[in-house]
Design a protein around this ligand. Structure first.
Ligand SMILES: NC(=O)C1=CN([C@@H]2O[C@H](COP(=O)(O)OP(=O)(O)OC[C@H]3O[C@@H](n4cnc5c(N)ncnc54)[C@H](OP(=O)(O)O)[C@@H]3O)[C@@H](O)[C@H]2O)C=CC1
Ligand SMILES: O=C1CO[C@H](CO)[C@@H](O)[C@@H]1O
Length: 282
């Protein structure tokens, strides 16, 4: 509700997050208050890994729509390229290969196309797909993926994948745009750039916060859509107010120099899955 009041119109959901009911209720409430109409909103949700078989895609989306109390979503994504067996846990981190399914991503894509044909998803796309996985889909798809939602932040600027996606008019939506501050301290996770003292000092010059500087850089300089998450009303408002300033070139150069090619979101438990996406360079 705070996000809608602040002006957000794109809400990122996933069956796996369990946030569809709350988002559906907030949208319904704001429609009843006359603040928005359904057509103003852009609602994304995602197919979880236990439902990659072609004939499971539409039923899973129908379940998401029931949760959302909507009759369509604006964008439906395959959450990860790797699949799990339906009966496996939804995050089978200690189960090993016995939990994995070997459904081909092109079969799952046919299920996504069916969801599109039925009008249940107005657009279809992917998340966490690497270049060769997108290539594989482009070769067989009737309806092309419009979006790849992947990690993008100054520590992991993902430039080569962004350029590849753009060359096929695939919109990149950047997740963990602020570097998911709560993961800082875990092995291999670098300090989020918004905590860099130089960025904090730079932000003061623009009368902005370091989070706003980072989000402005991602949108204006990397050309991606961003989906910062916050449960804090003041930060929700802060993260929306990023369009009214222009970074100087020397500041852009500094932010670029902080790239470390280091991800926050690795899903490394599944590194031995045949479709794990992050062994390739991009
Ligand atoms: N497709 C995929 O596989 C994935 C998708 N996602 C999507 O991306 C979204 C964002 O990613 P997420 O992992 O949450 O990481 P973010 O980079 O958005 O970081 C979120 C963290 O930053 C804090 N924060 C937010 N705004 C500010 C601010 N202005 N100043 C200081 N701290 C701030 C939040 O705190 P607080 O909430 O306490 O205010 C929270 O701890 C997710 O909600 C999800 O929708 C994420 C990971 C994987
Ligand atoms: O979307 C997501 C949110 O975070 C999870 C835990 O890191 C991810 O695995 C998932 O893809």
């Amino acid at each position: 509700m705070n996000a809608i009041d602040a002006g957000y119109r794109h809400i990122d959901c996933a069956w796996r997050y369990g946030n569809e009911r709350d988002v559906g209720e907030a949208v319904e409430q704001k429609i009843s208050e006359g603040v928005i109409s359904r057509g103003d909103m852009f609602i994304t949700t995602k197919l979880w890994c236990n439902f990659h078989e072609k004939n499971k895609v539409v039923p899973l989306l129908k379940d998401s729509l029931k949760n959302l109390k909507m009759n369509y979503v604006d964008l439906f994504l395959i959450h990860w390229p790797f699949g799990f067996k339906e009966e496996a846990p939804s995050w089978p981190k200690n189960k090993g290969k016995s939990a994995y399914s070997d459904v081909d991503i092109t079969d799952t894509w046919q299920g996504m196309e069916k969801a599109y044909d039925l009008g249940l998803a107005r657009n279809i796309g992917v998340s966490n797909f690497n270049k060769s996985q997108i290539e594989k889909l482009l070769l067989v798809s009737r309806t092309r993926p419009v979006c790849n939602q992947v990690e993008v932040n100054p520590n992991f600027n993902n430039k080569r994948l962004i350029a590849y996606c753009k060359s096929f008019d695939i919109v990149v939506v950047g997740y963990c745009p602020l570097g998911r501050i709560e993961s800082f301290g875990r092995p291999g996770v670098p300090k989020p750039t918004m905590l860099d003292p130089k960025i904090m000092k730079m932000a003061k010059k623009y009368n902005k916060t370091s989070a706003q500087v980072v989000l402005n850089y991602l949108v204006n300089n990397l050309g991606v859509a961003v989906i910062p998450k916050s449960i804090t009303k003041s930060r929700i408002i802060e993260n929306f107010n990023i369009f009214d300033f222009q970074l100087e070139q020397k500041d852009i150069d500094y932010i670029e120099s902080t790239n470390k090619n280091a991800r926050v979101c690795l899903a490394s438990y599944f590194g031995d899955h045949k479709d794990y996406p992050f062994h390739d360079e991009f």
